[in-house]
Design a protein around this ligand. Structure first.
Ligand code: BGC
Length: 388
């Protein structure tokens, strides 16, 4: 018999869900910079992806049946504004149906306005390198808030700005495939301004909506070498904290996946992507984020695990440390596993499997993984129940 006292109970009203993004799951998106790069052979094509543009109701049925009460998804900018300043009503209506489908199932929508991929017209004029980017981006955000804002209480303007800049302008492995320190600095500052202008414009049309970003948080682990100590401190400040300290926000979305080691050689268990698994790291980053005194939602946490042998424990262990942070007074109000279903792992293609639900890309058939049932028990009991 499990003693009540052994249960690690989460606060009443805690949100339990999973996350996806438009380009990674919808399919049929050809008018953005990722699709263009795929046509040039630089990255794998998304093609039909999971066909969630058509199968979203089935996907949400799964989320509901898995005990979830919220869902995070993104709006595809290139669908809503296919040409500069021209907005597509039919696509707005599509997303209205998507959000209604969530609400009808009792799933609280969390809507990301921009998740990495840019409409071609915007990337052709330099994307966030363009000085006028805050104007273009905030106009799009305002439009989304105006047309869809009655169907959601939460808007995330930007997903992982520092990952975007790192991959696209430092490592040069995502569109626009650049490697320039100067551009990194410029684009980060333009993103900060873009968010802040968007925040004001959204509040004008929808004063009560909660606005934030989804901030990727890396835990830096280092040895005693002074170079590694200083490097980690600078990166921690620039990558994890600077952006958050400069933006207006009503809540903070935290995406935590892994630690990065400088000098130290701790032998962690690894995911299929060779990422170290360090659940306690989420506790450390949450404690760091509490300084901003905003409610926190864990907007992504997940593992590539095609054998589904590590996922259940990954979720339980991370949630244990989330629970500890809550006991210590950190205001955490929700958790989204990445991802509801297998999908396009960005420049890596379809080989990595993050889903609670397995997708057979030949026929789009969905199969619920065993770990999804473990997560379901957590969601419906609102607690971590120790396995005796
Ligand atoms: C992103 C997702 C991505 C996931 C796993 C996050 O950086 O927001 O789009 O699929 O991590 O790599």
């Amino acid at each position: 018999m499990i003693q009540e006292v052994d249960k690690k109970i989460f606060p009443q009203g805690f949100l339990w869900g999973s996350a996806t993004s438009s380009y990674q799951v919808e399919g049929g998106i050809e008018n953005n910079d990722w699709a263009e790069a795929a046509r040039k052979g630089k990255i794998p094509a998304a093609g039909k992806a999971c066909d969630s543009y058509n199968l979203y109701e089935e996907d949400f049925d799964f989320a509901k049946s898995l005990g979830q009460n919220t869902h995070r998804l993104s709006i595809e900018w290139s669908r809503i504004e296919p040409e500069e300043g021209k907005f597509n009503n039919a696509e707005v209506e599509h997303y209205r149906q998507v959000l209604l489908a969530l609400k009808n199932r009792g799933l609280e929508p969390f809507v990301t306005i921009w998740h990495f991929a840019l409409p071609l017209w915007f990337s052709n004029i330099g994307g966030f390198e363009n000085k006028k980017a805050p104007f273009y981006f905030s106009r799009y955000c305002e439009y989304v808030a105006d047309r869809l804002g009655d169907l959601t209480n939460f808007l995330i303007t930007i997903n992982e700005p520092m990952v975007y800049v790192g991959q696209s302008y430092a490592h040069g492995i995502w569109p626009p495939f650049k490697r320039s320190f100067i551009k990194v600095l410029r684009v980060v500052d333009n993103l900060i301004e873009s968010h802040n202008v968007a925040y004001k414009k959204i509040k004008k049309v929808k004063p009560n909506i909660n606005i934030g970003i989804a901030a990727d948080q890396v835990l830096y682990i280092y040895n005693k070498n002074p170079f590694n100590i200083v490097l980690s401190m600078i990166l921690n400040w620039y990558r994890n904290r600077r952006f958050l300290s400069k933006i207006a926000q009503d809540f903070i979305g935290v995406n935590y996946y892994r630690p990065i080691q400088y000098g130290s050689k701790i032998n962690f268990q690894k995911s299929d992507m060779d990422w170290d698994i360090y659940p306690q790291g989420i506790h450390k980053v949450l404690n760091q984020i509490k300084r901003y005194k905003r409610p926190i939602y864990i907007t992504e946490n997940g593992i590539a695990d095609s054998s589904d042998t590590r996922r259940a424990k990954f979720i339980e262990d991370h949630l244990y440390w989330v629970w500890c942070a809550i006991q210590e007074g950190v205001d955490i109000r929700g958790y989204f596993y990445w991802s509801l279903l297998d999908n396009l792992e960005l420049a890596e293609g379809f080989k990595y499997r993050f889903g609670l639900i397995e997708v057979d890309y030949n026929n789009m058939r969905r199969t619920v993984r065993q770990s999804a049932h473990v997560y379901k028990n957590i969601c419906i009991s609102n607690s971590l129940i120790p396995s005796d």
